[in-house]
Design a protein around this ligand. Structure first.
Ligand SMILES: NC(=O)c1ccc[n+]([C@@H]2O[C@H](COP(=O)([O-])OP(=O)(O)OC[C@H]3O[C@@H](n4cnc5c(N)ncnc54)[C@H](OP(=O)(O)O)[C@@H]3O)[C@@H](O)[C@H]2O)c1
Length: 109
């Protein structure tokens, strides 16, 4: 399977490091050099958010929750995810307290 990833931080690196053994993975982040370095370290490729969304049969939202909708826009908006499996791993928590920022108990995506 082809897996695109919006984000190239800690979680993207950890997940891609496992998935790249049996799947094709493309990471994307805001800093192209940083993204390429992470991708090379785990055997994935690197691209833009638009490229990663287009690449994946499945697309992982691996930014901080505050950045998810900006990343979706950067990927080309909701239409870029049509017919794809979308996996949201984002915990809507405050980075200071690790408590949820939502009062309805729901996840972000
Ligand atoms: N479900 C779980 O078990 C679990 C466990 C741990 C964490 N999480 C969640 O996983 C998510 C990622 O955590 P993390 O520790 O990997 O965070 P992180 O290390 O801060 O990585 C976030 C990544 O997103 C990138 N990014 C930000 N805005 C972007 C955009 N507009 N387009 C493309 N990429 C963008 C960042 O790029 P820059 O380097 O340019 O900032 C960075 O590469 C968080 O939402 C966290 O809550 C879930």
């Amino acid at each position: 399977m082809k897996i695109g990833c919006l984000g190239a931080g800690g979680m993207a690196k950890a997940l891609a490091g496992k998935w790249a053994a049996t799947h094709e993975v493309m990471l994307s982040g805001r800093d192209a050099d940083k993204t390429r370095a992470v991708a090379e370290a785990v055997g994935a490729s690197a691209g833009t958010a638009q490229e990663a969304a287009a690449f994946g049969d499945a697309v992982v939202l691996a930014t901080r929750w505050e950045d998810v909708f900006t990343a979706i826009d950067a990927a080309g908006g909701p239409d870029a995810f049509a017919e794809k499996i979308v996996i949201g791993i984002n915990n809507p928590v405050s980075i200071d307290t690790f408590l949820t920022t939502r009062d309805d108990g729901q996840s972000l995506t």
